[in-house]
Ligand binder design. Structure first.
Ligand SMILES: *Cc1c(COP(=O)(O)O)cnc(C)c1O
Length: 203
């Protein structure tokens, strides 16, 4: 496996459930990429933190409801969970209205799990094309969350191949348990929470 240049992999510190007081020290230490999975929680925590470090990048990594699209576009710099026409359309409308264009990842449900967000793999090529064509979204790459009980590597390899086929260069994949595998398979963004902040309390 080819070795990777660390500069090509962005570590997203997933700060969901953690208070601003736990996040501020990382910002002070120079970390700039943070991930949240809920728009409302992020809207409560992040405006003040962002004001202190205007160059930081906030990543939305959780599923998005179309009635939260306006808040999401206002607050986030990268959206990792574009997965259906309704959301793509709502995001496109808000980007035009707010004149803000956060980079987008299309989330793919590589394990075809009923409870998980993401476009079905069989519909991914068409959906990616529609996001770029019909809705003119700034799609930069693909995102996946492999099933907990399967080999993550198979899903990472599949996502990398799907991205290559669609001319997309960025891959948001890998969490605390499997980020090393994800990097071997070409991740450009790893989303790491508990390995950085410790275990989360159940919410
Ligand atoms: C919570 C979360 C993570 C981080 O998970 P850890 O196992 O704590 O590293 C990554 N991606 C998504 C989409 C998440 O919701």
């Amino acid at each position: 496996m080819a070795s990777r240049n660390p500069a090509d992999v962005t570590l997203i510190a997933v700060s969901k459930t953690h208070e601003a007081g736990r996040i501020a020290p990382l910002i002070a230490a120079g970390h700039r990429d943070f991930g949240e999975n809920r728009v409302q929680e992020a809207a409560a925590k992040w405006p003040a933190l962002k004001a202190a470090a205007p160059d930081l990048r906030l990543h939305l990594i959780g599923p998005l409801q179309s009635n939260k699209a306006a808040d999401a576009i206002a607050l986030f710099d990268v959206i990792h969970s574009v997965d259906r026409p309704r959301i793509a359309e709502a995001l496109a409308a808000e980007m035009a209205r707010q004149d803000r264009r956060p980079s987008c990842f299309v989330q793919v449900n590589t394990g075809r799990e009923a409870q998980k967000a993401g476009v079905d793999p069989s519909e991914a090529d068409g959906f990616i094309a529609a996001c770029r064509g019909q809705w003119s979204l700034p799609v930069v790459g693909l995102m996946c969350i492999p099933p907990a009980d399967e080999q993550a590597a198979i899903h990472f390899a599949f996502l990398a191949d799907l991205a290559r086929r669609n001319g997309l260069t960025q891959l948001s994949m890998g969490m605390s348990a499997d980020y090393e595998t994800a990097v071997r398979f070409g991740a450009t963004h790893v989303r790491v929470g508990s390995a950085l902040f410790g275990e989360r309390n159940a919410t």
